[in-house]
Design a protein around this ligand. Sequence first.
Ligand code: DC
Length: 218
Amino acid sequence: MIIAIDGPAGSGKSTLGRMLARALNLLYIDTGSMYRAVALATLETALDPANIEAVTDLAHRVDIKLEGDPDSLRVWLDGIDVTERIREDDITAMSSIVSSIPGVRRAMVARQREIGKRGAVMNGRDIGTVVFPDADIKFFLDAAPEERAARRFIEDKQVNPCATLEQTLAEINERDRRDSTRADSPLKIADDAIVIDSTGLSIEAVLNCMLDHVHRNN
Ligand code: DC
């Protein structure tokens, strides 16, 4: 079974994807962490992200591994554990930039199809539209930008004590704009996706709603 979860930043994809994968005993794959790993490799090799050929070539060459169960997923880049590093601000901004390069997307999508073919809960921006258009169930999670920023701000504060809510909201808005307006595989709702707006809802309420859909459709 393939369950696709798409949605903008801070919409709860990771938390709910993990919980859903655990409840259904499926593999959990966070595709955003793959773009984040490419962003880190780009920064580490001091590549200009405007150099599309070089970044695409890099995306094909790097070794990215996602390991562990849903609650303790670790991300490895060329044999180094980069799980914490790829959550930092510079990587967050760069991941949105490199993910707009069509060649980078092709490289990641091929890997995602390979990893997910035995069944998974996979989250990202284009899972239900491009990676697995025939996914058994597609969810599109959303929430008001202010609420998504408030959720993200709690995480941002842990890595950057100087973070402000205004800054987090501005970054989220900029990332949403870039992720939704890029030419290749923009963030958009698949025609057959179940849209859940979690503004004002608890995590448990959203999880129950998702599980309900899964059980009703299988
Ligand atoms: O889900 P995330 O915030 O960790 O993703 C980081 C960036 O990667 C995000 O700005 C958009 C991009 N991304 C994408 O383009 N397609 C995906 N399937 C997942 C993430």
